[in-house]
Write a protein that binds this ligand. Structure first.
Ligand SMILES: Cc1cc2nc3c(=O)[nH]c(=O)nc-3n(C[C@H](O)[C@H](O)[C@H](O)COP(=O)(O)OP(=O)(O)OC[C@H]3O[C@@H](n4cnc5c(N)ncnc54)[C@H](O)[C@@H]3O)c2cc1C
Length: 430
């Protein structure tokens, strides 16, 4: 029986492990092992809602061990440090508990087929000071750090204001006007209002919680049509968010962001959302990579340099004949997981190449609005906005839940989430 090891239990990896567990592992055709550095899965496109305090990651996270037991695969917790491709073994770092005690020593897992689904990390593009002075949204821990700093910062600024500070309020700078930056800014603006309602701070949430987005290009959301980009900018400005376009960051200091024209933007909290690249591990495996360290794969998602290694999601450089380079998106990771489940998990494996289909893109503008495009199978694009777009945006997460748990459990979860929302504060207060 062959062993399939999947490294990374994110949008692509966990769906693939679940599908392969249900098909190949439960029927005894393969042993499937999922490896991740964390014990739980959180769907990355919702990380900005953790950072703003809207969602509690503890409630929404999926336990890998429980998912594995239910779907017939194994889960091994640990950070992968390297791969011995000759011996076909994946090397895991020791697992160290929060109190510093070693839970498990360094170990390795053998494989016949290896799937790398390592996701991506923030790309600072070499901007001085960015690595030291900014926060990022790469995982739940970082989103939680941002949330804590945001709440603490509002409390401190409010206290300074009450003591008669000359410059009242708090400045937050988001670098990057793509989907992550725009979605976070909109959610933060709503959280600042909610925190004022709960008397966590006593500031004017618009005048004194100053949120700025710095975007180097002439438009927000450059992947959308110009009309939608302008609509998103208008919506953010109406919320009181300052949108600065054609503003490239030259340097980040401890309390300020400096642009290439010498403009200085005070910043108590700076979040970098200006681009991603594959994790450093990808460049150490002896496999061909591009300048973003993404692993070069062929039409069946097999690494060009090793037929036993596959790569999916943000860490893979997938080129499709018609649409070109596949973007780092959850919908791409999902489609690739679906494809590999058919290639690796079926008794008579799929023989066709992977074909990416772009279903469009939706960007949330807070709890009640979104903008985006939906792409028909004919290639025709339809612009959507407002509450309908927001509803469609929410369905993306429900679709992910269906892939992992099925329709019945997703429906029960939706009802439970709705009840929880009605019973809890609209923003996490501690
Ligand atoms: C705020 C935000 C909003 C987004 N919104 C959207 C959206 O609206 N639509 C959309 O399509 N996409 C969106 N994206 C992008 C989307 O989240 C990613 O494209 C998608 O999650 C990629 O899936 P993946 O499986 O490749 O990696 P991930 O989901 O990032 O998972 C990678 C996994 O690998 C694990 N891992 C990494 N390195 C190691 C290691 N060395 N050892 C062990 N485990 C490791 C990580 O712990 C993680 O669990 C958004 C991203 C962000 C941050």
């Amino acid at each position: 029986m062959e062993t399939i090891v999947i490294v990374g239990g994110g949008a692509g990896g966990l769906e693939l492990a679940t599908r392969l567990g249900n098909s190949a592992a439960k029927t005894g055709r393969a042993r499937v092992v999922l490896v991740d550095r964390w014990p739980t899965h959180f769907w990355k496109p919702l990380l900005h809602t953790v950072a703003s305090g809207k969602h509690d990651p503890q409630v929404m996270a999926i336990d890998y061990a429980a998912q594995a037991a239910e779907h017939g695969f194994e889960f091994a917790r640990g950070e992968v440090l390297g791969v011995d491709r000759e011996a076909r073994r994946v090397a895991l770092a020791p697992w160290i508990a929060d109190d510093g005690a070693e839970v498990l020593p360094a170990r390795s897992i053998g494989y016949d087929k290896l799937v790398l689904a390592l996701g991506s990390v923030t790309n600072f593009f070499g901007v001085p000071g960015a690595g030291q002075h900014v926060l990022t949204l790469d995982d739940v821990a970082q989103a939680e750090t941002f949330r804590q700093r945001f709440i603490d910062g509002c409390i401190q600024a409010s206290a300074r204001q009450a003591a008669g500070a000359q410059e009242p309020g708090i400045d937050i700078v988001i670098v990057g006007g793509g989907a992550t930056g725009v979605e976070l800014a909109a959610e933060l603006s709503h959280s600042a209002r909610a925190l004022a309602r709960y008397n966590v701070h006593a500031m004017d949430p618009v005048r004194h919680v100053r949120i700025r987005i710095l975007e180097r290009g002439p438009l927000l959301l450059p992947h959308l049509h110009q009309r939608l980009s302008k609509r998103a900018a208008r919506h953010l400005r109406a919320l009181g968010i300052k949108v600065l376009l054609d503003t490239a960051v030259a340097r980040v200091d401890a309390g300020a962001v400096i642009d290439t024209d010498g403009g200085i933007y005070p910043s108590a909290i700076t979040l970098w959302a200006a681009g991603v690249q594959a994790p450093a591990l990808c460049a150490t495996l002896g496999l061909g990579t591009n300048r973003l360290r993404q692993i070069a794969v062929g039409p069946s998602l097999q690494a060009l340099d090793d037929a036993n290694v596959y790569a999916i999601g943000d860490c893979a450089n997938v080129l499709c004949p018609i649409l070109g380079k596949v973007p780092p998106r959850a919908q791409a990771a999902h489609q690739q997981a679906l494809y590999l489940a058919q290639v690796l998990g079926q008794a008579s494996p799929l023989d066709a190449p992977f074909a990416y289909r772009d279903y469009g893109s939706l960007v949330s503008l807070g709890p009640l609005a979104a903008v985006g495009v939906l792409t028909h199978s004919s290639g025709r694009k339809y612009a959507v906005g407002g509450a309908l777009a927001r509803l469609l945006y929410s369905l993306m997460y429900r679709k992910h839940q269906v892939a992992l748990h099925g329709v019945v459990r997703m429906s029960a979860q939706t009802v439970a989430d709705w009840i929880r929302e009605k019973l809890s504060p609209s923003v996490r207060l501690h």
